[in-house]
Ligand binder design. Structure first.
Ligand SMILES: Cc1cc2nc3c(=O)[nH]c(=O)nc-3n(C[C@H](O)[C@H](O)[C@H](O)COP(=O)(O)O)c2cc1C
Length: 188
């Protein structure tokens, strides 16, 4: 029987969750990823953490949710990421990420992931009034220029209940998987 090669390793996905209306449904992305043979760890922004059923997510992933930086000398709670899905991505985090601001663990991971060449997809979920701000368009342009894959959700009408039904969680996997397959075997 063949020994398992490095490329047989189950890839590890970080799901970065921001404080958006749909955040509580992130279990749908975790389930879809696990069905598609990813291991998953969740990193929430400090605001996003309040939207989550942390016990349910930790049970589902088998890992603690990370939100704050570890203390120096503490072990890393999650394996390294093979890919990152920012889902949902808030207006706030998209703008800060594009500007290189790193004042949450989630942003720190995202800013560094660019330099590490980790394939990253973002599924913004926001309303059209937020999206109309000129900084948002510039941020998306900046992230695309960095090679970040951006989801197709069309911002919903403000104060109209959101658009959870048309938010496609699996799109993050659809965007990332071809990137992962395109890596040289030494990086798999
Ligand atoms: C109930 C509620 C729902 C929100 N939904 C969204 C949302 O869908 N998208 C968004 O960009 N901001 C939303 N916000 C605003 C963000 O939570 C706020 O900008 C926050 O600072 C984002 O923090 P983060 O980017 O660190 O997660 C919402 C706020 C509340 C209180």
């Amino acid at each position: 029987m063949n020994e398992p090669s490095a490329s047989d390793k189950t890839p590890f996905l970080y799901v970065v969750v921001c404080a958006c209306g749909v955040a509580a449904d992130v279990g749908r992305l975790i389930t879809a990823a696990q069905e598609r043979r990813w291991d998953v760890g969740v990193i929430a922004t400090p605001q996003g953490l309040g939207f989550l059923d942390t016990a349910a997510i930790e049970e589902q992933t088998g890992y603690p949710i990370r939100s704050a930086w570890r203390a120096p000398g503490d072990p890393r709670p999650l394996p390294s990421a093979d890919a990152i899905a920012v889902a949902p991505a808030s207006f706030n985090t998209v703008n800060k990420w594009a500007a290189g601001i790193s004042d949450t663990l989630a942003l720190g991971v995202l800013c560094e992931a660019f330099g590490m060449g980790v394939p990253t997809a973002a599924l913004p979920y926001l309303n059209a009034a937020q999206a109309a701000h000129p900084a948002y368009r510039r941020s998306l342009d900046q992230l695309r220029e960095m090679g970040i894959l951006i989801g197709s959700y069309e911002p919903h009408r403000p104060k109209a209940g959101g658009g959870a039904d048309s938010f496609r969680w699996e799109e993050a996997l659809d965007l990332l998987e071809p990137r992962l397959r395109a890596r040289p075997p030494s990086q798999r």
